[in-house]
Design a protein around this ligand. Sequence first.
Ligand SMILES: Cc1ncc(COP(=O)(O)O)c(C=O)c1O
Length: 395
Amino acid sequence: MIHQNSISKRALGLKASMTLEISSLAQELKKNGRNICSLSAGEPDFDTPTFIIEAAKKALDEGITRYGPAAGDPCLREAIAHKLLTINKVPSTKENILITNGGKQAIFNLFQILLDPGDEVLIPSPYWLSYPDIARFAQGKPIIVDALAENGFSLDINKMESQISPQTKILILNSPCNPTGKVMKLKELEAIAELLRRHPHIYVVSDEIYEFIISEEERHISIAQLAEDIKERIFIVNGFAKAWAMTGWRIGYLYGNATIIKKATALQSQSTSNVCSFAQKGALAAVQEQPSGIDYMINSYNKRRNLLTEGLKEIKELVVHEQSGAFYSFPQLIGNFPSSLDFCKIALEEEGLAMVPGIAFGQDNCIRLSCSASDDTINDGLDRLKTLIGRLMNK
Ligand SMILES: Cc1ncc(COP(=O)(O)O)c(C=O)c1O
């Protein structure tokens, strides 16, 4: 038995990620012989492209197996700086870039460096579920800015501005968004840049991890390319997990002001030391490839996103909002349904359908379904969902 004060106050409130929990529960049921249809995945169902695997294997053969610089392989940092310039129109040098163990660690490190106890972090909801926990662990205070399903999840800038206080330190943006799939438009980003000019004490963390997973009609815009005058207050979080199907490789990066990057590097040197050295060579091969090298995956997500969305639109108890990026749909349940957590538990237990409850993303009247699955799995999931909703409505 451990003493009741053994766990630090900071760690007491820490919860395990709900998406990882649901995925592993679904996997466990599958292992036990249940016929499970999983639309809960937050990761590509493609394998990492072969040329990336070959680059990492070559690195191993060449003996790249030792500690490396805490900030990351200088070649990879330079290649990312080049990518930021050519693709995102954001000039930088390697001093602006830190290689991290996934995009998640980029956010973790940055929050540890920027936040003092009580500093507030504005998080538009629905949000990627780790933001509030990472903020709390850094002793920050998450301030949720509701972008309601009823309004198509559009950010209300005036409402957000009314939640700004002298303690506000960070505003998080996530486009394309997990879980809504919404892509921020130029006008919205310009309005946010204006807001930042009015509030010079706020930093922006722009999570762009789904930048390439976007429909043909949409364009990803980084706020960093719009606002030269406030560039020093903008950080970009990105990584290789989603677009390059490299979730297990754990490679992300943080772009931003060189002084802050240096501090975040010092933190890394005292925690994880450096990202796996040969895995970084795989990421280097990825970032040096033309973005068209991943078109086959992007086209497939776009088709499957449409398949999922059109299928969901046929269920009259759901409101399906516009989504043009990432690989999720976040429909709103209309009617007398249990909480999203209970709804997803019933779906898993009774229909063998794995989805993620909207409450994990701050909206309890929604559910998240992933289209990172085959057409057959998506159709199967839609059938199971229709059956479940039909049964719950007739109860
Ligand atoms: C919006 C968002 N940001 C960051 C991450 C973290 O990605 P990584 O696997 O690179 O840590 C995820 C992963 O699900 C995500 O959905």
